[in-house]
Design a binder for this molecule. Structure first.
Ligand SMILES: Nc1ncnc2c1ncn2[C@@H]1O[C@H](COP(=O)(O)OP(=O)(O)O)[C@@H](O)[C@H]1O
Ligand SMILES: [Mg+2]
Length: 232
């Protein structure tokens, strides 16, 4: 479904991604883990066409994303929930939700999103800027869901969010995957990532240094310690 082969990204003179190889299969939920600054966000931005590749290929459903302009990539079925959420502060919840819909309303889909996140329905006319961090995150996820994606990419979706909403967001990510949408999740909380994602990629210095199942990784605490600096 999503296939990265030998992906390199340079930013200025810095060689940020140094040959990333990764595959997410249909319906799968995969975590991309690694310390701060190893290149996780850059990998996601490369997939979305927001960071230019200097080498390698990225395919989604057998389409070479390298030939797609960034604005078209979401229309191929990839939703992106960026780090920091990317909500428009001066638009209402409803306007933010429909931003990718090219002026067409899909009320059936809106109801699906409200069923996932009832708080959004209660705040439809509020401006994005008035939402809490957790509510903005729900809105960013809801905005992706409106477009009926086949894969959603999450970049640290529970970072800086109050604990009460963290568990709700995690539960919805789980449910989204259970509903058949593939997930690629960047997450600082290793325990959460291993719970939500049967497949795990560990990144260090711009490359994938480990790929395996969360089950395998749980029995190798030395690897978790080496690359994430944690003991399970
Ligand atoms: N626009 C940029 N200009 C310069 N350096 C950048 C830029 N974006 C990312 N980097 C650098 O690339 C490296 C990887 O960043 P990033 O992909 O954000 O890491 P992560 O998401 O794993 O924390 C970091 O060293 C970061 O400082
Ligand atoms: Mg990041």
């Amino acid at each position: 479904m999503l296939n990265l082969r030998d992906v390199h990204v340079h930013i200025g003179k810095l060689h940020i991604l140094q040959g990333v190889n990764m595959e997410v299969k249909p319906g799968e939920s995969a975590a991309l883990l690694g310390r701060n600054g190893v290149g996780k966000t850059t990998t996601l931005r490369a997939i979305m066409g927001l960071a230019a590749r200097s080498r390698g290929s990225i395919e989604f459903d057998n389409v070479d994303l390298g030939t797609c302009p960034p604005y078209k990539i979401s229309s191929h079925g990839i939703g992106y929930v960026p780090q920091g959420r990317g909500i428009f502060p001066n638009l209402t919840v409803l306007e933010n939700l429909n931003i990718g819909m090219s002026g067409k309303r899909d009320s059936e889909r809106e109801e699906y999103v409200f069923a996932c996140f009832p708080r959004l329905k209660e705040r439809l006319k509020q401006f994005g800027s008035t939402l809490s961090g957790g509510e903005q995150q729900m809105l960013a996820i809801g905005r992706c869901l409106m477009m009926r994606p086949k894969l959603i990419i999450f970049d640290e979706p529970t970072e800086g969010i109050m604990p009460k909403l963290v568990s709700q967001i995690r539960r919805e990510i789980y449910r989204i995957n259970q509903a058949g949408v593939s997930v690629l999740l960047v997450e600082q909380n290793v325990e959460t990532a291993l719970k939500l994602c049967p497949r795990v990629f560990l990144m260090e210095k711009g490359t994938i240094v480990y790929s395996g199942t969360s089950h395998e990784l749980k029995s190798q605490p030395e690897i978790v310690h080496r690359y994430l600096g944690l003991t399970q």
